[in-house]
Design a protein around this ligand. Structure first.
Ligand code: DAK
Length: 264
């Protein structure tokens, strides 16, 4: 794909936004390539996805300011919906998605990272929603997801003030799970985490993602019903029989990961 590289290693896919000359800023072409890449992922073969940016400076420096500068109200709304649909596709993607943030994650870049399940970053990362300085609101979910991840007070401070924060602060306020000194260490850690997730019972992992995502949208009474249903579904899988059987037989050598999805 033109602006997005895709590779698969074992059960782990890596999606790399590749427009380094513009610090991987998101224009319509990049967003379309990102969307097409996720559509093409074989979820019978891939159990975890890593999203990162090309180069050593930027994850994604935001939506493309040049492209947005001449938009009308209608075009702005259309562009916002285009991006939001793609980020929602990532957020609800059946298997976990890890953002490996290797530099700037500003505006649409922070919003992309927040649509992923887990964020890891390198020490040179910088996060922020600087849109108010450009005369616009965040438009790819920044006014919604940031508050859900770091809390309303901190999110309002970041969004109203358009203040960018460094990796250490992002870690302190819970925007990222971990910070690594170098990009190499970051990628190694992201791959290790992804492989660890991929080695677990795949349908159980998928159901955990769905239970947490869907459950957070409703009240607790409805949320536990979502959990009960997805928990029950696991009892129709080979993984549950193999996983519990291995435990009862005290067979720690057998690995669930050798059972491919398509045999289920
Ligand atoms: N868009 C387009 N080009 C960008 C860009 C961006 N967001 N960020 C960087 N670039 C380009 C620069 O123009 C420059 O291109 P050339 O001049 O070389 O052609 C190249 O990348 C390198 O950038 P710099 O020379 O500026 O590099 P520095 O290291 O000096 O600075 C920086 C790095 C990240 C601090 C700086 O580039 C910067 O401040 N960039 C803008 C960051 C930003 O404000 N991001 C938020 C964008 S607003 C909506 C939908 C979506 C959104 C909002 C509403 N709806 C429709 C409602 C989302 C909005 C945003 O994301």
């Amino acid at each position: 794909m033109g602006y997005v590289d895709y590779e698969v290693n074992g059960y782990v896919a890596k999606v790399t936004i590749n427009r380094p000359k513009a610090l991987n800023a998101l224009n319509e072409e990049v967003l379309k390539d990102l969307s097409d890449t996720f559509d093409a992922i074989d979820i019978d073969a891939v159990r975890c996805v890593i999203v990162t940016g090309a180069g050593d400076k930027s994850f994604v420096a935001g939506a493309d300011i040049g492209a947005m500068s001449t938009m009308t109200k209608e075009e702005g709304e259309k562009f916002g919906k285009f991006g939001n649909d793609i980020f929602r596709k990532i957020e609800t993607f059946p298997v976990p998605v890890i953002a490996a943030v290797n530099g700037f994650a500003l505006g649409g870049g922070n919003e992309l990272a927040m649509s992923c399940d887990i964020r890891l970053c390198s020490a040179n990362a910088m996060f922020g929603q600087p849109e108010v300085g450009l005369g616009i609101t965040p438009g790819f979910g920044g006014t919604q997801r940031l508050a859900r991840i770091i809390g309303v007070g901190k999110a309002k401070e970041m969004v109203y003030g358009g203040r960018n924060i460094k990796a250490a602060e992002a870690y302190r306020i819970g925007l990222v799970n971990a910070v690594y000194e170098t990009i190499e260490e970051l990628m190694e850690a992201a791959e290790k985490m992804a492989a660890g997730i991929a080695s677990q019972a795949p349908i159980a992992v998928r159901n955990c993602k769905k239970a947490m995502n869907d459950g957070l949208q409703v009240d607790m009474d409805a949320a536990i019903v979502i959990e009960e249903k997805l928990f029950g579904d696991c009892f129709e899988t080979e993984d549950q029989k193999a996983g519990m059987g291995n435990f009862l037989e005290k067979d720690k050598e057998k690995k669930l990961k050798v059972v491919p999805f398509k045999n289920r």
